[in-house]
Design a protein around this ligand. Structure first.
Ligand code: FAD
Length: 464
C-alpha cells in the first residue's frame, strides 16, 4: 500500500491473473521499442479478453488511474510513453486470428496480432491485407488502427482507415462499443469506428477489428530507377499510373543523400545502381505472372527512358534482388549509425510544392545548422516524405531549435501537413494545438471529454 491508495498492481489483482501482471521492477528490463519511456509505468497489464480490458478500464476509471494502450511499440511519436503513476495496457496476449472469410474477403482478429501475422493468415486463402509497413513484423492491428498507419501500399489500397470495416473498442468507463461490421456498405447512423482510427489510444482501447482483404497478387516485380530530378520522377509516377493502372503497388523515392548513405551500409560495391545525384525510385507492380509483371515494369522503364525521365534502371530478377532493393529503402534505422541518433519528420506536401520545400529546408539548414545532414525518402506516390536529420543523442535531447526551424519552413508551404502518417503523440501536440482552427480543437476536446471525462485514456497525448 502507498498511503491510502492500493499499489498499482493490487488495484487490478482481482481482475487480472498473476501472469497478466508485470510489476514495475520486471517492466524496466523489457525492450522499450521506439519510445524510450514506454516501460516506465507503475505496472503493465496484459489482458487476454475484451471483457478483461473492460474490467481494467472500469477499475482504472473509478480510481482515476491513467491507462496507456500499447501494441508493438514501433510508434515514432512517443505516443506510448508512460510514467510511474500510469498503467501500461499491453495487447500482447490478444493475438488471435478469429476468422478469415475468403468469400466476404475479410479477416477478423484481436488487436495484438501483428500485420505480418494477418497477412500470413490471409495468404493461406490466396488473399492479402491492404496495410503493409516496414515495421510489419512487430506493429499490431491495434497500433496501426490507433495511428491510422500508411505504408508502402497506400497508393493501391489506401490508409488503414480505408481498410477497417469494423472494430471493437472499450471506452474509459469499461463500456464496450462492438461494431464488427463485415460489409463494405453500412450507413446505419454515425460511423463510430472512425473515432478510434487515428486517435492514438486517447478515446478507447481497440481490442479487435475486421479488415478488408484483397486478391493476393500472383506475381510482383520491383524496379529501381534513377531519375535526373523530382519533376522527372513525378512524370514517371503519372506514366506508371496510366500504364500499370490497378497493378501499381508501390512508388517510393530516395533522394541522393539518403541513397548514398543507405547503399553504403547495405550493399557497398554491389549497389543495384551506383550512388549519384539522381533521385532513385522503387516502383513495384503486380501481374498475373512474373513475366507479365516484369514486362509491365519494362514498359514503364522504356517509355520513361524515351522521354528522358530516367537515366538508368534495373528490374529485380529474383526475390533476393528484390530484397536488396527494398532493404535500401526500408532499413531506415541505419541512418542513426553515423552519430547515434536521428530526428524523423513525417510530412505531407502537395506534389507541386515538394521541390520548393526541399530547397527552402536545405538553405535554412545550411544557414542555421551547417553541421547536420538531412536524408529524405518516402512515399512519393502519396506526397508523403520522411525527412531525417542525423545527430548525436545529446543533440537529440535538445532538438527544439531544429524542430522549430523545420516546422517553420513547413508552415510557409501552403497545404502541407506536419504529420502524414505517424501521428501526434507527445512530440507534436504543441504543433497540433498551434495549427488547428479553434473550432476544430474545441470539437476534439469535446469528443475527448464525452468519451473519457476523467481523462484516463493515454493522457497528454495528441491534445494538451
Ligand atoms: C522501421 C519502421 C518503419 C515504419 N514505417 C511506417 C510506415 O511506413 N507507415 C506508418 O504509418 N508508420 C510506420 N511506422 C510507425 C509504426 O510502425 C506505426 O505507427 C504502427 O502503426 C504502430 O503500431 P504498434 O503496434 O507498434 O503501436 P504502438 O507503437 O504500440 O502504439 C502506437 C499508438 O497506438 C496506440 N495503441 C496501440 N495499440 C492500441 C490499441 N489496441 N487500442 C488503442 N490504442 C492503441 C498507442 O497508445 C499509441 O498511441 C514505422 C515504424 C518503424 C519502426
Amino acid at each position: 500500500m502507498c498511503g491510502n491508495r492500493p499499489s498499482m498492481h493490487k488495484l487490478f489483482s482481482d481482475i487480472c491473473p498473476d501472469d497478466c501482471i508485470v510489476t514495475s521492477d520486471r517492466l524496466r528490463d523489457l525492450d522499450p521499442g521506439y519510445c524510450d519511456t514506454s516501460r516506465k509505468a507503475g505496472v503493465m497489464l496484459r489482458p487476454d479478453t475484451t471483457d478483461m480490458v473492460a474490467a481494467i478500464c472500469a477499475r482504472a476509471n473509478q480510481h482515476g488511474t491513467p491507462l496507456v494502450p500499447q501494441g508493438g511499440l514501433t510508434g515514432l511519436v512517443d505516443a506510448t510513453a508512460t510514467a510511474p503513476d500510469q498503467v501500461a495496457l499491453s495487447l500482447e496476449r490478444m493475438t488471435r486470428i478469429l476468422r478469415v472469410d475468403p468469400l466476404q474477403r475479410v479477416i477478423v482478429a484481436e488487436a495484438g496480432a501483428t500485420i505480418a501475422e494477418l497477412d500470413r493468415a490471409a495468404a493461406e486463402h490466396g488473399l492479402t491485407t491492404g496495410i503493409d509497413i516496414p515495421s510489419r513484423d512487430t506493429a499490431t492491428l491495434g497500433g496501426v488502427i490507433a495511428t491510422n498507419a500508411g505504408g508502402v501500399r497506400v497508393i493501391r489500397y489506401g490508409m488503414t482507415r480505408d481498410n477497417v470495416l469494423g472494430l471493437t473498442a472499450v471506452l474509459a468507463d469499461g463500456s464496450v462499443i462492438e461494431d464488427m461490421n463485415t460489409l463494405p456498405k453500412d450507413n446505419t447512423g454515425y460511423d463510430l469506428k472512425q473515432l478510434f482510427i487515428g486517435a492514438e489510444g486517447t478515446l478507447g482501447v481497440v481490442t479487435a477489428a475486421v479488415l478488408r482483404l484483397f486478391p493476393r497478387p500472383a506475381a510482383k516485380a520491383s524496379a529501381l530507377l534513377a531519375c535526373p530530378d523530382l519533376a522527372s520522377a513525378q512524370a514517371v509516377l503519372g506514366l506508371a499510373q496510366i500504364l500499370a493502372g490497378g497493378n501499381l503497388l508501390s512508388f517510393e523515392a530516395m533522394w541522393p543523400e539518403f541513397y548514398h548513405l543507405m547503399t553504403g551500409y547495405q550493399c557497398k560495391g554491389r549497389e543495384p545502381l551506383p550512388p549519384s545525384d539522381a533521385l532513385h525510385l522503387i516502383v513495384e507492380v503486380t501481374g498475373q505472372t512474373q513475366d507479365a509483371a516484369e514486362a509491365l515494369l519494362l514498359a514503364i522503364f522504356e517509355t520513361a527512358a524515351e522521354k528522358d525521365l530516367v537515366q538508368d534502371g534495373v528490374i529485380a530478377k529474383s526475390d533476393a534482388e528484390r530484397a536488396v532493393i527494398w532493404a535500401i529503402r526500408e532499413d531506415s534505422d541505419l541512418m542513426m549509425r553515423p552519430l547515434g541518433a536521428m530526428l524523423s519528420y513525417d510530412i505531407s506536401i502537395e506534389a507541386a510544392r515538394i521541390d520548393d520545400f526541399i530547397a527552402c529546408w536545405t538553405k535554412a539548414q545550411a544557414q542555421h545548422f551547417p553541421d547536420v545532414h538531412s536524408y529524405v525518402f518516402g512515399h512519393l506516390g502519396d506526397c508523403n516524405l520522411h525527412l531525417c536529420v542525423g545527430l548525436t543523442p545529446d543533440a537529440k535531447r535538445n532538438r527544439g531549435p531544429i524542430d522549430d526551424l523545420l516546422y517553420a519552413t513547413l508552415a510557409d508551404t501552403p497545404g502541407a501537413s506536419f504529420s502524414a502518417e505517424h501521428g501526434i503523440g507527445l512530440q507534436k501536440r504543441a504543433r497540433l494545438a498551434a495549427s488547428k482552427p479553434a473550432a476544430t480543437l474545441t470539437l476534439m476536446h469535446q469528443l475527448k471529454q464525452t468519451l473519457d471525462p476523467k481523462g484516463i485514456m493515454n493522457p497528454g497525448k495528441v491534445l494538451i
